[in-house]
Design a protein around this ligand. Sequence first.
Ligand code: IMP
Ligand code: MG
Length: 190
Amino acid sequence: MTKVAHTVLIPRSQIADRVSELGRQLAKDLRADLEAMGESEPHEVVIIPVLVGSILFVADLVRHVDLNMSMRVVTVSSYPGATTESKGAALKGALPPDLAGRHVVIMDDILDTGNTLAMLKRLVLEQNPASVRICVMLRKEIPREGEADLTPEYVGFDIPDVFVVGYGLDYDGLYRNLPDIVILEDPESV
Ligand code: IMP
Ligand code: MG
């Protein structure tokens, strides 16, 4: 990272504050759903982290969700290799098969075109869950023509259309471990 020009977009303290707020909001909403349905089963809430980008976000957020939950990861590849252009989304492997009647929360690092999350939401809905929520750390502005129309229930930050890394987000597999969310200047020259 030291060799790459970057600008901090969202500093770690701001990330931490927002993630704790989102976690508490999600817990409140899930609790309301569970109470409304009279549910007390310990396996009703299923968090689905989209690997690899969401791991830091999920790890931090679930510690603010004071409810029983299970976690089932999925892997989607949409940015293979060193590129900053979306290539469409492909699910690697299978979706967890036992989501019927459960409250599902799909979590990802960033919503860009929306293709990844639109695909996952469609697949989850095929299993007739009790509810599906989408929770993203970042959402890029300006839905572009022809791209998936998807409104997440929870958004950490709306950001401009720039390429960001850090806090789980990568460029060619790197920089996920940066504690701040930063803008990579001229990523193609890395
Ligand atoms: P979508 O399917 O176009 O919404 O793409 C979502 C996926 O693209 C995310 O899960 C990220 O892996 C990747 N992505 C989109 N924008 C960025 C970015 O600015 N930095 C790093 N990865 C990104
Ligand atoms: Mg990703």
